[in-house]
Design a protein around this ligand. Sequence first.
Ligand code: ADP
Ligand code: ADP
Length: 224
Amino acid sequence: GPILDIRGLEKTYKGGTKALAGVDLTINKGEIFALLGPNGAGKTTLIGAVCGLVNPTAGSIHAFGQDTAKNWREARRKIGLVPQELSFDMFDKVIRQVRYSRGMFGCPPDEARIEEVLRSLSLWDKRDAAIRELSGGMKRRVMIAKALAHDPELLFLDEPTAGVDVELRRDMWRQIDALRAAGVTIILTTHYIEEAEEMADRVGVINKGRILLVDDKEAIMAKL
Ligand code: ADP
Ligand code: ADP
């Protein structure tokens, strides 16, 4: 079955904003799915609902075949999230932040896995650097390393290249490709059509809390 199955998902925030207005979405194992839409479309809210950061108003989310409303923790352990904003203790060392993220999910310490994650992102040589010493691109890689430290099967990348220069964007695309090759299912949000075209197998176009189209990348590009 699908790795993620979302049915009739709605979110109305306390102020009255209807951020999600009935989203149905199915994500298959191993694919890269791009949620393409303008600012305010509901992309971050949708990710938040799957990651347990936002309480849906209505609808259901099944992850790995289980209803997340019933068995939240187990599903969350298999999910990694790279949020839009860089969030870490800038004075802490790279390797400590990655270890800490693994621990947060109750995973037993595994230095070999931490090393593997850092090496895969070319961060091993920087493992003892304070995060504030790193370039913007390296900081973004640390965010990915943190999200991968507990071996998630499904990874969310929220606007992975918003506000970064062309070179950094290319670097992020290479990193995402490598993750796909490693078998991780990826859902990324973007408001760049070219990013959806470059990275995704399938694209969902979202606007005003509704998914307007879902199709293979080629079919979507022909329609836009
Ligand atoms: P929930 O219903 O999931 O608990 P809330 O409605 O309580 O979410 O919103 C969380 C907080 O974010 C509130 O304090 C709210 O005022 C604030 N907030 C309001 N508008 C926005 C916005 N556009 N973007 C981000 N945060 C907002
Ligand atoms: P996107 O990620 O596509 O930019 P969001 O999910 O962040 O969209 O926002 C969808 C809508 O919900 C927007 O109108 C936004 O202002 C509103 N919103 C987001 N977070 C909150 C919040 N915590 N409280 C109230 N409104 C919010």
